[in-house]
Design a protein around this ligand. Structure first.
Ligand SMILES: Nc1ncnc2c1ncn2[C@@H]1O[C@H](COP(=O)(O)OP(=O)(O)O)[C@@H](O)[C@H]1O
Ligand SMILES: [Mg+2]
Length: 478
């Protein structure tokens, strides 16, 4: 009994160690997680806003990408408020992908809020309040502050400890730029922050005179040879030029929503972390808007209109749509981008049928971008980009087969098969996914059409409503 156990035990150990070795190798090559749209890094447009066939992770869909690029230009100029765009097309034609690409190409400075329409339906807040949150989260306020700073290289730090052991420490800090050198007297607080930041001689530091905050910019080049062993993340910078004391303009960007929360809660900004933002009174918002308008006039602040992206917008109901109608007329409205895969269908909560499941008066205000299904070649390119993203090597013939499968079923199904096929290939100890691996996963995992076919055949053996399949089929939400 004991013997078999030990044999088994060592067997298990062996397996564990071999897996570990392989995992470690993988960790070195890629650390971040891979999401459905992580291969997309931008819209892939040239200077004339024309779409390149395959660029920044985007393939095909040229017209929609070009249209999205024009919207981005409009947003970057920041002058026009309250425009709305609808991206409409079949499931899996890259609507969400285009919105993500817009976010990437606008950069970090422009607020981009992405929500799914169903997030609005929460028990804690009314729908209109949730929408207002989302709207205000998409508008940034750039606040400029003049700050007086001391920036230079540390020549010497001298700290005098009181002889009796108690009482406050005092000291001297000598700093220089390429042109001057000055000695500053240090109080106990500054000494504390210098010790906390582990500032040494030869560091280039930055002291905010108002708050006394010290930040290390790096080590001076002239001291690069002081130590043989330096940490890999040590940054070498050149000694600053000019005066030691400088006026610097510091810019913070916060969203209107953040300002709302900070001003409406007792616990202030902590509510942002706990998420207990609750409903915010309209009076508070009015006051904030007035204050910001004043700051904009005084050139202390600047509005940065961003983008609110609502995916699956057909999930909103009439109340939300009428709110959107009105909210878009506000001067502080962001650019609204929506996406839907619905055709002519009922507006949620009513019996009226309307294109895209949206009321006609709202549709009338929209710029509509349509996406079209991909050709076989485009699908093959997207799949090969995904293979690269998921670190999977695939033989060319296997990619052909996978592209054909995706064209007949769906692009998403095809993308799902990449990783699953690679697991089979890994088990075979082979480098690249072959046609047989793809065939194997194709038979292991059925697509939507085959699953429906299966249900049709064995309908009577399943529990549930009878003959649903023969009547109206519930459309999948994608
Ligand atoms: N033009 C494209 N270029 C690169 N990848 C794409 C493109 N279109 C779609 N994809 C990818 O295909 C998958 C499905 O597209 P998605 O945007 O989710 O479709 P939709 O939102 O229209 O239903 C996603 O992983 C997406 O990143
Ligand atoms: Mg989508």
């Amino acid at each position: 009994m004991l013997e078999t156990f030990s044999v088994e035990f060592s067997g298990v150990l062996f397996v564990v160690s071999s897996i570990k070795a392989k995992v470690e190798v993988k960790d070195l090559t890629r650390v971040e997680r891979i999401g459905a749209h992580s291969h997309i890094r931008g819209l892939g447009l040239n200077d004339l806003l024309e779409a390149r066939l395959n660029s920044e992770g985007m393939v095909g869909q040229e017209e929609a990408r070009r249209a999205a690029g024009m919207i981005c230009e409009m947003i970057k100029e920041g002058k026009i408020a309250g425009r709305a765009v609808l991206i409409a097309g079949q499931p899996g034609t890259g609507k969400t992908a285009i919105a993500m690409a817009m976010a990437q190409s606008l950069g970090h400075d422009t607020p981009f809020t992405s929500i799914s329409a169903s997030e609005i339906f929460s028990l804690e807040m009314s729908r209109t309040e949730a929408l207002t949150h989302a709207f205000r989260r998409s508008i940034g306020v750039r606040i400029k502050e003049e700050a007086e700073v001391i920036e230079g290289e540390v020549v010497e730090i001298q700290i005098d400890r009181p002889v009796c052991g108690s009482g406050s420490k005092v000291g001297k800090l000598t700093m220089k730029t390429t042109e001057m050198e000055t000695i500053y007297d240090l109080g106990a607080k500054m000494i504390e922050s210098l010790t906390k930041e582990k500032v040494q001689e030869g560091d280039v530091i930055h002291i905010d005179k108002l708050t006394g905050r010290i930040s290390k910019l790096g080590r001076s080049f002239s001291r690069a040879r002081d130590f043989d062993a330096t940490a890999a993340n040590t940054r070498f910078v050149s000694c600053p030029e000019g005066e030691l004391q400088k006026h610097k303009e510091v810019v913070h960007t916060v969203s209107l929503h953040e300002i709302d929360v900070i001003n409406s809660r007792h616990q202030g900004f902590l509510a942002l972390f706990s998420g207990e933002t609750g409903e915010i009174k309209p009076e508070v918002r009015d006051q904030i808007d007035a204050k910001i308008a004043e700051w904009c006039l005084e050139k202390k602040a600047e509005l940065v209109p961003g983008v609110l992206f609502i995916d699956e917008v057909h999930m909103l109901d009439l109340e939300c749509f009428s709110f959107l109608n009105r909210a878009l007329e506000n001067k502080m409205a962001p650019i609204l981008v929506m996406a839907t895969n619905r055709g002519i269908t009922k507006v949620r909560g009513t019996n009226y049928k309307s294109p895209h499941g949206m009321p006609l008066d709202l549709l009338d205000r929209l710029l509509i971008i349509t996406t079209r299904p991909y050709t076989n070649d485009e699908i093959r390119l997207i799949l090969s980009i995904r293979c690269e993203e998921e670190d999977v090597k695939m033989e060319s013939a296997a990619l052909d087969v996978l592209a054909k499968i995706s064209a007949e079923t769906s692009l998403r199904y095809g993308i799902q098969l990449i990783t699953t096929a690679s697991i089979i290939c890994y088990r075979r100890n082979d480098e690249a996914v072959s046609v047989s691996d793809v065939e194997r996963v194709y038979s292991l995992f059925v697509d939507e059409a085959r699953s429906t076919q299966f249900l049709r055949e064995y309908q009577n053996d399943f529990l549930g409503d009878e003959n649903v399949l023969d009547g109206d089929m519930v459309m999948a939400t994608q």
